[in-house]
Design a protein around this ligand. Structure first.
Ligand code: PLP
Length: 391
């Protein structure tokens, strides 16, 4: 049975070049970059080079603006709790209703701590409500933090982050974006997008799991989340995960190249082929999220009147890996908060499935899904209590 991996918004295959770049840091160069001896120094240099690569990938002015973290969740928590701690008094956090739990969870805690949380909604296509956002900026005096994602993990819908950042800055807010699902799919350049803070995750861009980044623009007022040693200039205690940092540096280099070699156009063509094929062969199916403001790799599709989970299980038996909503919500059987925020009808909410491609996805894999998925959907429909069956 083939493995057809179409769950790249959950995690990606580590690139072979990334693994190769990491290898020496497990076998030979395993010293501590903070050590005074030369053996440690041999590790400090590649660490510094990786930091420069990541800074270059994001358009950061200086490598010191890059803080390596254990994951994107940590970087998101650092941004939110770190900025609120620096205020030293209650303030307002403006976010969206469709953020990842790594943002929504900390917001719940910040509310308990006395901060005001404002969640901006989206329309039926999952597009950000800019008017409500502008009104929220005006309505809330005092310290403000904006945390709005760049691209949505479930639908791939892209938010107008440049405009969001400009408006936020004009209103005196500190601006953070969770760019986890944009990294490697869209050019990220903090020279053109005036955010103060930005999160990325290695494992969504062909580096391994266990490494994230919080970009902190010089001059941003933020306290550390992990307090310990002097690593990361005192902004994140804990011995640096050198192999993974080096791997992320390599992944950034590869992602940069892929953004310019036509990979995204090829991925979009395959995604569009999958979308058109499924819409044609599966009656009562609909795409969730804007089809024009969307990253190239993501297709979120609802097969009405059936459970997405049962389709996923059957696809899995055929070697096809896809997802219903975010991987973190999977298993809860709660309908996705993103799909609900878009006002998708009840009959379609539970049947939503996310296919997410990568530069390793092949045409044969898409053809395999197109061959088998319609049959699975038809079989599930035949069992559905919501469908009128012929007597
Ligand atoms: N933010 C977004 C938009 C994500 O998609 C994810 C992972 O799915 C995260 C944050 C959290 O990443 P991690 O689980 O690697 O910490």
């Amino acid at each position: 049975m083939p493995l057809v991996y179409l769950d790249n918004n959950a995690t990606t295959r580590p690139a072979p070049e990334v693994i190769e770049a990491m290898r020496p840091f497990f076998t030979d160069l395993w010293g501590n970059p903070s050590s005074m001896h030369a053996f440690g120094g041999q590790v400090a240099k590649p660490l510094a080079r990786a930091r420069e690569r990541v800074a270059g990938f994001l358009g950061a002015e200086r490598p010191e603006e890059i803080v390596f973290t254990g994951c994107a969740t940590e970087a998101d928590n650092h941004a939110l709790f770190g900025v609120a701690a620096a205020w030293g008094r209650p303030g307002t956090i403006i976010t969206s209703r469709v953020e990842h739990p790594a943002i929504l969870g900390p917001c719940l805690r910040l509310r308990e701590m006395g901060h005001n949380i404002v969640e901006i909604g989206v329309n039926g296509e999952g597009l950000f409500d800019l008017e409500a956002y502008e009104a929220a900026l005006l309505a809330n005096p005092g310290p403000k933090l904006v945390s709005i994602m760049w691209a949505n993990n479930e639908t791939g819908v892209i938010f107008p982050i440049r405009r969001i950042a400009e408006l936020g800055k004009a209103a005196g807010a500190t601006v953070h974006t969770d760019a986890v699902q944009a990294a490697g799919k869209l050019p990220l350049d903090v020279r053109n997008v005036p955010v103060d803070l930005l999160t990325i995750a290695g494992h969504k861009m062909h580096a391994p799991k266990g490494i994230g980044v919080l970009y902190i623009r010089r001059g941003t007022r933020i306290k550390p989340l992990l307090i310990g040693g002097h690593q990361e200039r005192g902004r994140r205690g804990g011995t640096e995960n050198v192999p993974y940092i080096v791997g992320l540096g390599k992944a950034c280099e590869l992602a940069e190249a892929a953004l310019h070699d036509g990979s995204e156009a090829r991925i979009a063509r395959l995604r569009d082929k999958l979308e058109a094929g499924l819409l044609k062969t599966c009656p009562d199916s609909r795409v969730n999220g804007s089809r024009t403001h969307r990253v190239a790799n993501t297709l979120n599709i609802s097969f009405e009147y059936i459970e997405g989970e049962s389709v996923l299980y059957h696809l899995s038996d055929l070697g096809i890996c896809a997802s219903s909503g975010s991987a973190c919500a999977a298993g809860s059987l709660e309908p996705s908060h993103v799909i609900r925020a878009m006002g998708v009808p009840f009959t379609a909410v539970h049947g939503s499935i996310r296919f997410s491609l990568s530069r390793y996805t092949t045409e044969e894999e898409i053809d395999y899904v197109l061959k088998h998925c319609p049959q699975v959907v038809a079989e599930m429909r035949a069992l559905s209590p919501f469908v009128k069956h012929e007597a």
